[in-house]
Design a binder for this molecule. Structure first.
Ligand code: DUC
Ligand code: ZN
Ligand code: ZN
Length: 469
């Protein structure tokens, strides 16, 4: 058989193995692993790692963001940025507005994505209004249609659910087999601290962090897990920022619970100090949960190494900095309460984890692949079509140069924001060529694919992730 494409001479790494072989691709699918394969086109991968395309299961793209505020990425720029960062699949959130149906949200969100993507995409839902008809009809119908995961918030006035509502949403997850994801911060405690900060005139960006201390996250993590335990359902704890919240996951697993843990680059590279800054620059690092301390970086690394964390996602949530509709909106210029919450990072996620993790010897390449691709596919119902290099899988492949070095500069990134919170960070290890379903999209750092090459992916139910040890 001749192949459409052969990737020859590289070192293939999956979540389980590292081995030398050629990959034969036909009709967008990996059809052979072997030696001496021949095809219509051959890419020489000598000296490169050949990895399954990155899957970022936590990104925000073109999401409605409050009056006067505009998210910096459309599907065009967000997926382009993801692609250049070595990703072939992104999972953004489709948010239900209060008083509206899930169908309305999905129709609007699909219209934004349709024809505009450089990577494959699939949507999580955010449930903000769990009415009887949402829980009884709409959500089960959405799960049957392949929207098999949904997020709930314990904070934010317009999104938060109370415990009774969270129990109901989790019960729907149990009945349908879908996966509930929880943003764990205690809204009432945050409100209390915000009032105190305002009374003291502490309105600078740093107050975003000091109104959301670690205890606020730890308590909510414990409560989310407890609610899931009561319902008897698996749960994903997203964007975990610290060791105490992490220990809640460990304790729950020791009781036999099925808890998935997610962490993000900001919790191994940024600290609360990044929220300080002249000219309001600290707004660039405002995200929730906030970055913590260098001591917490060590805790998070332990979780990454030992398997407390199954997935390492970006939580890409981009706003422009120097922009009336972004971080420096007219109210946000003077008051942390009005600084939009979130930071860009879809393009820097893989280089940061590879550089800090693999290049510095903290994790090996198989763990890197598990954390950035395979476990996302397993957790969110895309495996084994996505997330691995195997016969029958989509040919979503990244040629990764472990020796390439660069300094992160926003000027070289492709998102719609105007800054990177990692500006100036030196990284070793970069994606060079990115292939989506057999089509070369980025070749040696140059775009060759087209907007619209990415497709929408309905998903199956979650499957169990293999953990280290
Ligand atoms: N939660 C997220 O998941 N992303 C950005 C902001 C937030 O609160
Ligand atoms: Zn969140
Ligand atoms: Zn997020």
């Amino acid at each position: 058989m001749t192949f459409d494409l052969v990737i020859a001479g590289g070192t293939i790494a999956t979540a389980a193995d590292v081995f030398k072989a050629d990959i034969g691709v036909k009709d967008g699918v990996i059809t052979a692993l072997g030696i001496g394969l021949e095809g219509a086109e051959t890419i020489d991968a000598t000296g490169k790692y050949v990895l399954p395309g990155g899957i970022d299961s936590h990104v925000h793209i073109d999401q409605p963001s409050g009056e006067g505020i505009v998210m910096a990425d459309t599907f065009e720029t967000g997926t382009l940025s993801g692609l250049f960062g070595g990703n072939t699949t992104l999972l953004p959130f489709c948010v239900q507005e209060k008083g509206k149906s899930l169908r309305d949200a999905l129709t609007a969100y699909h219209a934004k994505a349709e024809g505009n993507c450089y990577t494959d995409v699939s949507f999580h839902l955010v449930i903000s209004d769990p009415t009887e008809s949402v829980l009884g009809q709409e959500l089960p119908a959405a799960v049957a249609d392949g929207y098999t995961s949904f997020k709930v918030f314990m904070t934010y006035e317009n999104l938060r659910l109370n415990d009774a509502e969270i129990l109901q949403v989790m019960d729907t997850a149990r009945r349908t087999g879908a996966l509930a994801m929880v943003h764990c911060e205690n809204e009432d405690a945050i409100r209390f601290l915000i009032d105190r900060h305002v009374a003291e005139g502490r309105l600078e960006p740093l107050s975003h962090a000091t109104t959301r201390p670690l205890a606020v996250e730890r308590e909510a993590t414990h409560r989310a897990i407890t609610l899931a335990e009561v319902v008897d359902v698996p749960v994903v704890i997203v964007h975990v920022s610290n060791g105490a919240a992490m220990e809640e996951i460990e304790r729950a697993r020791a009781r036999g619970m099925n808890v998935t843990g997610e962490t993000c680059p900001q919790y191994i590279r940024l600290t609360e100090k990044d929220l300080e800054g002249m000219n309001w620059e600290g707004a660039k690092a405002v995200c929730s949960p906030p970055p913590r301390t260098e001591a917490e970086w060590d805790n998070i690394w332990r979780g990454i190494q030992t398997g407390v964390f199954d997935v390492f996602s970006s939580d890409h949530c981009p706003f422009r900095y120097d922009d009336e509709r972004g971080k420096l909106n007219p109210k946000g210029r003077k008051d942390f309460r009005h600084v939009p919450n979130g930071i860009p990072g879809v393009e820097t996620r893989l280089p940061i984890l590879f550089s800090e993790g693999v290049s510095k010897g903290r994790i090996d390449i198989t763990r890197f692949v598990a954390l950035t691709s395979t476990n996302h596919a397993k957790t969110y119902g895309l495996y084994p079509k996505k997330g691995t290099i195997a016969v029958g899988a989509d040919a979503d492949i990244v040629l990764w140069d472990p020796e390439a070095e660069t300094t992160i500069r926003h000027a070289n990134l492709h998102d719609g924001s105007d800054y990177s919170p990692y500006e100036g960070l030196e990284v070793k290890g970069l994606p060079r060529t990115v292939i989506l379903r057999g089509k070369v999209m980025v070749k040696d750092g140059e775009l060759v694919g087209a907007r619209g090459d990415g497709r929408y992916l309905p998903r199956e139910l979650s499957m169990k992730v293999r953990r280290p040890g």
